[in-house]
Design a protein around this ligand. Structure first.
Ligand SMILES: *[C@@H]1O[C@H](CO)[C@@H](O)[C@H](O)[C@H]1NC(C)=O
Ligand SMILES: *[C@@H]1O[C@H](CO)[C@@H](O)[C@H](O)[C@H]1NC(C)=O
Ligand SMILES: *[C@@H]1O[C@H](CO)[C@@H](O)[C@H](O)[C@H]1NC(C)=O
Length: 347
């Protein structure tokens, strides 16, 4: 039976080839995929350009996204706007793998500083983008310096106002998918319509509002765009963007925003806030960018089992404190000098 024997030989060869192919696939998977440690958490800033091309967009598991393309790691950086009184050394301690760009707005001889201390953190963020436009890190987190950050309009989305768990949980793969992500989920302060440019035009109210000056500024910053009726994004000017998203606008545009900031007669709190409520639009989101808190905590921080009784808040996440500055010794000393335990874990 020569025919029968020949077929058997061919089948054996096919089986051998199939086996070799499977072995090769398993090997590659082990090399490229499983070796990226804790893929999906901020501690493993790994990415894949395919994410940006939409492959992994639909309800994908974040683990899958941690694959590195051609073994190339995406660079992650923080850009920090700080003053002499603030201390960002904890970032070196806990995130050694991230590039640090710590700007000192109030020290002309600091290694990184700004042309003029104006417009709060927005001058730093724009200066970084303009100066590094052609060599941007892949993922950039624009944040405030202090680990425990509580000021009414400048605080961390954490029960202890602690930036460490906030950044540890930050989902880099989700950022790579979205291009821009706001690093706060609670709606209180900012959502759903912090600014009403048309209704509030010309108004000058308490320091926390920028609505009165927003329309005029918007028309200069975004010429030809219709002024939105409502603008909302969760507060506090901490967000992240990918270099691809940033480069959807030309360098000249960022330079022009900064020129406006340098020239404007508006006070810092107002001009800073106008940009605070513009970044999400600069990076392609709708004027009202207020994802449901429950969904936001899950996607942005991987906190997916929170109890959320309203659209804008989840149990125990946002606690309005009684005073405007954190007590010395926080989080182990409470608001009234009493001993205190952390409300949540550090990691
Ligand atoms: C900054 O904070 C670190 C702890 O993260 C501390 O060891 C250091 O002494 C602080 N530096 C200043 C100047 O306060
Ligand atoms: C300003 O920066 C320089 C250079 O890093 C440093 O030597 C100096 O102490 C800083 N001054 C203040 C007031 O922090
Ligand atoms: C902090 O936690 C420890 C251990 O659970 C407990 O013994 C202590 O009473 C707590 N302190 C406060 C102030 O709640």
């Amino acid at each position: 039976m020569p025919i029968h024997r020949r077929l058997t030989a061919r089948n054996a060869l096919i089986a051998l080839l199939a086996w070799l192919f499977i072995a090769l696939v398993l090997h590659l998977k082990a090399e490229l995929w499983d070796s990226s440690p804790a893929a999906g958490s901020a501690d493993a800033p790994a990415g894949n350009d395919d994410v940006l091309n939409g492959e992994a967009q639909h309800g994908s598991s974040t683990k899958k996204i941690g694959v590195e393309k051609g073994g190339e790691k995406r660079r992650t950086a923080v850009v920090v706007a700080s003053q002499a009184s603030e201390n960002a050394t904890w970032l070196d301690e806990y995130f050694p793998q991230w590039e640090k760009n710590i700007y000192r707005v109030d020290n002309k001889s600091a290694p990184l500083t700004v042309p003029k201390n104006k417009g709060r953190e927005s001058m730093v963020y724009l200066t970084f983008i303009v100066d590094n436009y052609d060599n941007l890190p892949d993922n950039i987190l624009f944040i405030h310096p202090n680990r425990y950050q509580w000021v009414r309009l400048r605080h961390n989305d954490d029960p202890d106002y602690d930036g460490l768990p906030m950044l540890r949980h930050f989902q880099i793969p989700y950022l790579e998918q979205e291009g821009y992500v706001n690093i706060r989920c609670a709606w209180s302060l900012g959502c759903p319509s912090e600014i009403k440019p048309l209704e509030e035009e010309g108004e000058h109210r308490a320091a926390i509002h920028a609505g009165g000056d927003y329309k005029k500024a918007f028309e200069i910053l975004f010429p030809g765009k219709e002024v939105p009726r409502y603008v909302g994004v969760s507060c506090c000017a901490q967000f992240a963007a990918t270099k691809e998203k940033i480069r959807e606008r030309k360098k000249e545009e960022y330079a022009r925003y900064r020129e406006w900031l340098l020239e404007t007669d508006l006070g810092d709190s107002i001009s800073g806030r106008i940009l605070e409520y513009s970044w999400h639009m600069i990076f392609g989101k709708e004027p009202v960018h207020c994802p449901l808190a429950e969904e936001c905590y899950c996607k942005v921080f991987g906190l997916c089992n929170l109890e959320c009784k309203s659209k804008g808040s989840c149990e125990g996440r946002y606690i309005l404190p009684p005073y405007s500055t954190l007590p010395q010794g926080w989080p182990y000393i409470g608001w009234h000098g009493e001993d205190r335990n952390r409300s949540a874990l550090e990691d």
